[in-house]
Design a protein around this ligand. Structure first.
Ligand SMILES: *Cc1c(COP(=O)(O)O)cnc(C)c1O
Length: 382
């Protein structure tokens, strides 16, 4: 019997032999670097923890199951996961990337991938068909949806259709919605990336990354890169992510319910020029998300009319913390231009509409009335 998604957050399909033996309800943390062999030429299935560790294996099974992948490989951070995916490409290969991406990905592509001879071609995939940008060297397409921080929505299936027609790999960073709300592999993606630091972990207490593969062959390639380059997830951090995922369904439901309330409140404020939340019916990506996702998530961006208000809000919010990152139980407010997107070139920021009046909220699971009261007092003049 195949489990439904909230059950899959808590139980792996297929029992763990170790938990069966001990009766442990919480999967044990195997804090061991190496594993003894029964005899020459024999292995327990575990040899050395960079290759595999039982606790990491368990979180990989859960994440692969949630995304509908054939395999998932856990890394020490989201960037380590993206860095590993980039090792699939060779000098001379071209990669089309969406124009609005996590700032760390922009830096990886411009500072590391470009040096390694990979040609990065930024395209606004929410508006343009990538087909016109393909050359004979193009090998893949990389994007997030909704995008960070401008919440542009990209039609996953329309991109994977083009990619399949030209033999390209489609790589989707699914961090913003989590597997609870969106599964790109079902829409034709080859690889799905997560910063497990965000919704999967959910408590702002550890870093992690995942690459989920749609085929065993791709999974093997990523596993080979992981064991060779070595940025694997530690047993303790694997356990923290396992524990976080148990409440993923509840957290996502509550956080997106709060996000819609905050978006509606912000829309009514005269100081706010625009609220960008795909759950609002006026958002240009609303209908696409209804088709490809099971919800709209809990990230929202808004632009205030006056730069001075930015400083005031960041100074005055008390419950809402002024911090980078997202996807945790705590509501965080971020100023993309000096934080997550500080290293993105000015013309790219301008083209995406990221200016010094844009703020991003990662809405948590507090009582929405307390969040609204906090925003209300932060908007009031000192
Ligand atoms: C945070 C983030 C990353 C990077 O993940 P780390 O765990 O911080 O290394 C990548 N993509 C997106 C969309 C993110 O939000």
């Amino acid at each position: 019997m195949a489990y439904r998604i909230s059950t899959k957050c808590i139980h792996a399909e297929g029992k763990s032999p170790v938990c069966d033996r001990s009766g442990a309800v919480s999967f044990p943390i195997y804090q061991s670097a190496t594993f003894a062999h029964p005899a020459l030429g024999e292995s327990t299935g575990y040899d050395y923890s960079r290759l595999q560790n039982p606790t990491r294996e368990q979180v990989e099974i859960i994440v692969a199951g949630l995304e509908g992948g054939k395999d998932a490989v856990a890394f020490s951070s989201g960037m380590a996961a993206i860095g590993a995916v980039m090792e699939l490409f060779l000098p001379g290969d071209g990669l089309i990337v969406d124009e609005d991406l996590y700032g760390g990905s922009v830096r990886l592509f411009s500072a590391i991938s470009a040096k390694n001879g990979i040609e990065i071609i930024p395209v606004n995939l929410a508006k343009e068909n990538p087909e016109q940008y393909l050359t004979k060297n193009t090998k893949g397409i990389f994007f997030e949806t909704p995008t960070n921080p401008m919440m542009n929505v990209i039609d996953i299936q329309s991109i994977t259709t083009v990619a399949k027609a030209h033999g390209l790999l489609t790589i989707v960073d699914n961090t913003f919605l989590s597997p609870y709300l969106q599964n790109p592999i079902a829409l034709g993606a080859d690889l799905v990336i997560h910063s497990g630091t965000k919704y999967l972990g959910g408590h702002n207490d550890t870093l992690a990354g995942f690459v989920v593969a749609s085929t065993e062959e791709l999974g093997e390639k990523i596993r080979y890169i992981s064991k060779t380059v070595g940025a694997c997830l530690s047993p303790m951090d694997s356990w923290l992510i396992l524990r976080g995922i148990k409440t993923l369904a509840l957290r996502m439901e509550k956080a997106q319910e709060n996000a819609l309330k905050l978006a509606r409140w912000l829309e009514e404020r005269p100081e706010v020029l625009r609220v960008i939340y795909p759950g609002l019916p006026g958002h240009p990506g609303h209908e696409i998300m209804k088709k490809q996702s099971r919800g709209f998530g809990a990230m929202l961006t808004f632009e205030v009319a006056d730069r001075k208000l930015v400083e005031q809000i960041l100074h005055k919010t008390r419950l809402i913390l002024f911090a980078e990152s997202l996807g945790g139980v705590e509501t965080l407010i971020t100023y993309p231009i000096t934080q997550t997107h500080a290293e993105v070139p000015a013309e790219r920021l301008a083209a995406n509409g990221i200016n010094d009046r844009v703020l991003r909220l990662s809405v948590g699971i507090e009582d929405s009335l307390d969040l609204l009261a906090d925003l209300e007092q932060a908007f009031e003049e000192a």
